[in-house]
Design a protein around this ligand. Structure first.
Ligand SMILES: O=P(O)(O)OC[C@@]1(O)O[C@H](CO)[C@@H](O)[C@@H]1O
Length: 308
C-alpha cells in the first residue's frame, strides 16, 4: 500500500470563466468539485494507476463531510482523522481565453494538540504496512512548523521511503530530516535556495539533506538530481490547459515507479507523462489514460553529464 498524507485537505472547486477581469462579475461556465489537497490528488492518480492507496490527514465540518463523500466511491482508503475545525475550500479559476489559472486557497482549520496526537497514532499504524509515503501540501494552523520533519523522521525510523512535497519553512525543516525524495517546483526551489538557475538550485536543495531532488519546472518538465545521476525529462510539446495538480501527478508517477523498483529514467518518464496528461484534464487528480499512454512513449529523458 502507498500512503499519502494531506494535513490540510481541501474541497477543490474549479471554475471556468470566459475571461477573468478584476472588478467584473463573472458567469461561471463550468464547475468541478473534487476531493483535494495535494496528497489526495496524488492518491487519486495512484489509484487510477492500480495501486492500493490510503489517504490520511484531517477532515472536519460540512466541507470535510462532502470531501469524504466524494472519496467514498473511489478506490482509495479513507483514513482521515476528524478535526473540529472545517476543512477548507480551494478555488481554481480557469480563464478560457488566456488559458491562465488563478488559485485561491483558504487557510484551513486550526488543529488542536489532541487532534495532532490522534493523527500521529494513526500515522504510526499506517506506516506499518506502507511501501512508501508522500507528505504533501501546506500545514493547517495549529500544526507546528517542524511537523513534516517529524513525519519524515518517523517514516525513516519505520524503514518506509518518504517523499516530501511542501514549501517554505516546513520544506526547509523537512529536508534537513533527510527524506528520500523532495519535489519542489521552481518557485519553492528558489525560495529555499535563493538560486534561480534550476540545476544549481536543485543541487543546492539536495545538499540540504534530501537523498534525491526532483524539481518540477512547468513546461520544461522535470530536473532530477539523484545519487545515481542527473536527468532532465521533458514532455514532447508545450501543452495548454489547467496546470493545477500537475505536480501532484508527477509525485504519483515517481511513487508508482519507485515501489515497482523502476530506474530513474523510467520514474521520470512516468512522472512527466502523468503531469502533462493532467494539464489536459478538467481538474487536479485526473488524467486521461489513453493520452497518458501516448505521452509516455514520447517523453524525452536526457542524462546530464554532471556530478550530483
Ligand atoms: O495550499 P496547498 O496545500 O499548498 O495546496 C492545495 C492545492 O492548491 O494544491 C492542489 C494542487 O496541487 C489543489 O488541489 C489543492 O487544493
Amino acid at each position: 500500500m502507498i500512503l499519502t498524507v494531506t494535513l490540510n485537505t481541501a474541497l477543490d472547486l474549479t471554475y471556468t470563466v470566459p475571461a477573468l477581469v478584476p472588478h467584473a462579475t463573472h458567469r461561471v461556465t463550468d464547475v468541478v468539485e473534487r476531493p483535494g489537497g495535494k496528497g489526495v490528488n496524488v492518491a487519486r492518480v495512484l489509484a487510477a494507476l492500480g495501486h492500493e492507496t490510503v489517504v490520511t490527514g484531517f477532515a472536519g465540518g460540512p466541507t470535510g463531510e462532502v470531501l469524504r463523500g466524494l472519496l467514498a466511491p473511489l478506490p482509495v482508503r479513507d483514513a482521515l482523522v476528524p478535526s473540529a475545525g472545517a476543512t477548507r475550500r480551494t478555488v481554481a479559476v480557469v480563464d478560457s481565453a488566456s488559458g491562465d489559472t488563478t488559485q485561491l486557497n483558504e487557510p484551513g482549520p486550526v488543529i488542536t494538540p489532541a487532534e495532532w496526537a490522534a493523527f500521529l497514532s494513526v500515522y504510526a499504524e499506517l506506516l506499518d504496512g506502507a511501501r512508501a509515503v508522500a507528505l504533501c501540501g501546506s500545514l493547517p494552523r495549529g500544526v507546528h512548523v517542524g511537523a513534516y520533519a517529524e513525519l519524515v523522521r518517523r517514516a525513516r525510523a519505520a524503514g518506509v521511503p518518504v517523499l516530501l512535497d511542501t514549501s517554505g519553512e516546513p520544506l526547509r525543516r523537512g529536508i534537513a530530516a533527510r527524506p528520500d525524495l523532495v519535489k519542489p517546483n521552481a518557485d519553492e526551489l528558489a525560495a529555499l535556495t535563493g538560486a534561480r538557475e534550476p540545476l544549481r538550485a536543485t543541487r543546492d536543495a539536495r545538499r540540504r539533506g534530501a537523498h534525491a531532488v526532483v524539481a518540477s519546472l512547468g513546461a520544461e518538465g522535470l530536473l532530477a538530481v539523484t545519487p545515481d545521476g542527473t536527468w532532465q525529462a521533458a514532455p514532447p510539446a508545450r501543452v495548454a490547459g489547467n496546470p493545477t495538480g500537475a505536480g501532484d501527478s508527477a509525485v504519483a508517477g515517481l511513487l508508482s515507479a519507485l515501489v515497482e523498483g523502476a530506474p530513474w529514467p523510467e520514474r521520470l518518464a512516468r512522472a512527466t507523462a502523468l503531469a502533462t496528461a493532467t494539464v489536459h484534464a478538467r481538474a487536479a487528480g485526473e488524467f486521461d489514460a489513453d493520452r497518458y499512454g501516448e505521452l509516455l512513449e514520447r517523453v524525452s529523458v536526457r542524462e546530464l553529464a554532471t556530478a550530483a
